[in-house]
Design a protein around this ligand. Structure first.
Ligand SMILES: Cc1ncc(COP(=O)(O)O)c(C=O)c1O
Length: 366
């Protein structure tokens, strides 16, 4: 039984097309299974037990988290094996990691001797074993040790530090934003650099059990990365304008839109909706100067040209459509993970019927 019609929702609110969500989950699960890759999705895109459960039901081996709040909420699901793909630095972060339920198997990616020491001390205090992935930087320049030698040094240190267990290597190729020919050299470089690091570990007698990496833009080429055996896409559950530009999904695969209401048509050439930066984020990713901050689901030519906190300005110069005050629109955001983080609740729809609502339980810091 539908809960309500979509028109009855108070705006702004993120609306998830459940048919598209189901298809996105199934497509990635099929890809991972076909290539014998473990799928450990990053939960930052949905931050919701509802979606995490669906990912695990579709075959995910565990979940990837970035924040203590995500870990705590996701520990209530299943309980799955959890990977903290974020440096375990800071007393609060480590305490919250260690006080997760003991039956939750823990993995942590790290890139410093300080992190090894702090994590090992806390694991000893809490009588826990922690599997460690050494983070390597393969071009993004964010976190991760640089050279093969630095990787071997840190891996040796982990292997020698009880109760940590050296599990393998993690990387995030967030610098490769598309899968087109123009990024081919970047892709080849990634393959070579990963290969060099895995060889160095092999030579040192530290062959990794897990080689974990990937993103949504690079997801469909994961099988080309020799040695990779775990993939961690996050955005694929909902997709967004950036994912479409990256060539990793079609426009029809965008599952989350922000439902908004036209609140003013007073200024010529534009209309104002009740979704501004506090609904869409301010993410100018992936396009040219006219890219804007979102586009309408039913009218791709109409973009969010400018925003205030609670106002989104739709540019009417590209369309003959003339909406009226009170009309509803659905906006595909530039970067969906930010949108998720801005709302307490999401509505799940099939067609025009709201059939579910769920809490974005892992948003915020907790
Ligand atoms: C460490 C890490 N792994 C995996 C992902 C997932 O990548 P994507 O959002 O492209 O799916 C991210 C995204 O930020 C990340 O930071």
């Amino acid at each position: 039984m539908p809960l309500a019609a979509i028109e009855s929702l108070e705006t702004p609110i993120p609306v998830v097309d459940l048919d598209r969500l189901d298809a996105n989950l199934a497509r990635m699960a099929r890809y991972a299974a076909a290539h014998r890759l473990a799928l450990r999705p990053h939960v930052k895109t949905h931050k919701a037990p509802r979606v995490a459960r669906a990912q695990l039901a579709a075959g995910a081996v565990g979940l990837t988290c970035a924040t203590p709040r995500e870990l705590e909420v996701m520990a209530t699901v299943a309980p799955p094996s959890l990977l903290l793909a974020y440096p375990p630095i800071g007393a609060g972060r480590i305490r919250r990691l260690m006080t997760l339920p003991p039956e939750v198997p823990l993995r942590v990616a790290l890139d410093s001797p300080e992190a090894v020491a702090a994590l090992a001390a806390a694991a000893r205090d809490h009588d826990r074993t922690v599997a460690v992935l050494v983070e390597v930087d393969l071009g993004m320049g964010r976190v991760g040790v640089g050279s093969p030698e630095a990787l071997v040094d840190l891996a040796r240190r982990v292997a020698a530090t009880s109760p940590l267990r050296f599990e393998g290597v993690a990387f995030y190729p967030g610098h490769l934003r598309d899968t087109t020919e123009s990024s081919e050299s970047g892709w080849q470089r990634l393959c070579t650099d990963l290969g060099a690091r895995l060889e160095a570990l092999d030579r040192a007698g530290l062959a990794p059990a897990t080689v974990s990496g990937g993103s949504t833009p690079t997801a469909w080429r994961s099988h080309e990365l020799l040695g990779l055996n775990e993939m961690r896409p996050g955005t694929y559950v909902y997709n967004d304008r950036a994912t479409v530009v990256a060539g990793a999904a079609g426009r029809d695969d965008c599952a989350l839109t922000v439902l908004a209401t036209v609140v003013s048509t007073a200024v010529a050439g534009q209309v104002v909706v009740d979704a501004g930066t506090k609904s869409l984020g301010r993410e100018p990713r992936g396009g040219d100067g006219d890219w804007g901050f979102g586009e309408l689901l039913d009218r791709p030519e109409v973009r969010v040209r400018a925003m205030s906190e609670e106002h989104g300005i739709l540019d009417l110069s590209t369309t003959s459509w003339r909406p009226r005050v009170g009309d509803r629109v659905r906006i595909i955001p530039n970067h969906v993970c930010i949108v998720t983080h801005l709302f307490d609740e999401v509505a799940g729809v099939r067609g025009d019927a709201v059939v579910e609502r769920w809490a974005v339980a892992a948003r915020g810091r907790g």
